[in-house]
Design a protein around this ligand. Structure first.
Ligand code: DON
Length: 296
């Protein structure tokens, strides 16, 4: 792991942090961290694994788990389970497909799952449930929302407002758009270290470590969606290069799962052209090759 960290740092191409959320654009791209938690509960870290970063879309794995727990398979009436082949914030398919987003990981789909969790409550109550779920999964109470990041995204969130209103026009939003989006922006603004994120991902490896938060059947399905949709229009490339389920965020984090074997969190804020961590993906590709962790 420290060899992997050192190797990655020798190449000066760190990619570019997300620019459409000004608070994220300020982050120094030359940072990298990795944590692996194995099925026996052992934790292995290298790099900046105590630095907190903006988890962003990685939270969509946890909100999907919560929404499925609350609503069961009824959720799939509101959102499909197919890769979109388009950018995470694209709107075009919604118009042709009756306002039913392609999957729960693109922004439109994650707004629907957040809306399902909110279900008429005050946003702070839904957020308390989401934060508590993630803290329980991670086994740490020291996980918090960065209000400046949430405010920054709200101020520049024209795309997400457009998506939410478009969903509402198809009757696929149960709450007022600003309530659902307030909840969505805040859960995206959660901050974690790679250690906390890998620990929070333990339930997805379905092994005897960490809390059991979902049935085995649901864990398998979540992993299937992470593999097919977790990297948006870069999902095929990620499956080809890394070969395990993974979920990325524009903060540069990726949570990847080797079923039955390991939960891995990587972070490097510079992104590739799909909006996924450049060095994080490279690190996962190297690790999966060295450990023979591809599921294929
Ligand atoms: O809604 C957004 O655009 C962000 N809060 C999250 C997007 C994201 O992380 C996409 N992942 N690579």
């Amino acid at each position: 792991m420290s060899e992997l960290d050192a190797d990655l740092r020798t190449d000066a191409n760190w990619g570019t942090p997300a620019s459409y959320i000004p608070e994220l654009a300020r982050v120094d791209p030359a940072q990298f961290a990795i944590t692996v938690v194995t099925a026996d509960g052992k934790i292995h870290s290298a790099g900046d694994s105590d630095t907190r970063f903006s988890v962003q879309s990685v939270t969509k794995v946890f909100t999907l788990a919560i929404a499925l727990g609350r609503s069961g398979d009824q959720l799939w009436q509101r959102v499909s389970r197919e890769p979109s082949g388009l950018a995470f914030n694209s709107i075009v398919q919604l118009e042709h497909e009756g306002g039913r987003p392609r999957n729960p990981f693109i922004n439109a789909g994650a707004i629907v799952t957040t809306d399902e969790i909110l279900s008429g409550r005050a946003p702070r109550d839904a957020l308390a449930e989401i934060v508590q779920f993630i803290r329980t999964a991670a086994g740490s109470d020291d996980i918090h929302i960065n209000e400046a990041v949430a405010a920054s995204e709200t101020a520049h969130g024209h795309r997400n407002f457009a998506l939410a209103h478009f969903l509402a026009s198809f009757d696929n939003l149960k709450n007022a758009p600003e309530m659902t989006l307030g909840t969505y922006f805040h859960h995206c603004a959660l901050e974690m270290t790679t250690t906390q994120l890998a620990m929070a991902g333990r339930f997805l490896m379905d092994a005897a470590t960490g809390p059991r938060l979902l049935s085995t059947a649901r864990v398998r399905r979540l992993n299937a969606l992470m593999l097919t949709c977790g990297h948006y229009d870069g999902s095929g490339d990620f499956a080809y290069r890394v070969g395990i389920p993974g979920k990325s965020g524009v903060g540069g984090g990726i949570l990847a799962i080797v079923p039955g074997t390991a939960a891995i969190a990587v972070w490097s804020p510079g992104l590739n052209r799909y909006g996924n961590s450049l060095k994080g993906t490279e690190a996962l590709a190297t690790l999966a090759r060295k450990m023979n962790w591809s599921i294929f």
